[in-house]
Design a protein. Sequence first.
Length: 83
Amino acid sequence: MNEFPDDVGADPVPPQVAQRRWLVLVGIRLAGVAGAMLGMVLAARTHDLLPKLIGIALVLSALVVIAVVPASLAHRWRSPPAP
């Protein structure tokens, strides 16, 4: 049985769509980096425990976003293999 029954022989993605997808991936990475930087500033500048924990949690979640979200979107948008 074919893995991609609807996509076999499909035309490649138009350049405008590919460019928009690339910009989305870059934007997600930049947003993750900004979130990680914000978390580091928050964790470094405060002396209370709760804001420091929030900053550390923000850094960790931003790192997960940087690693997981672009990879999953790229996998989702990947073109099917040529027949």
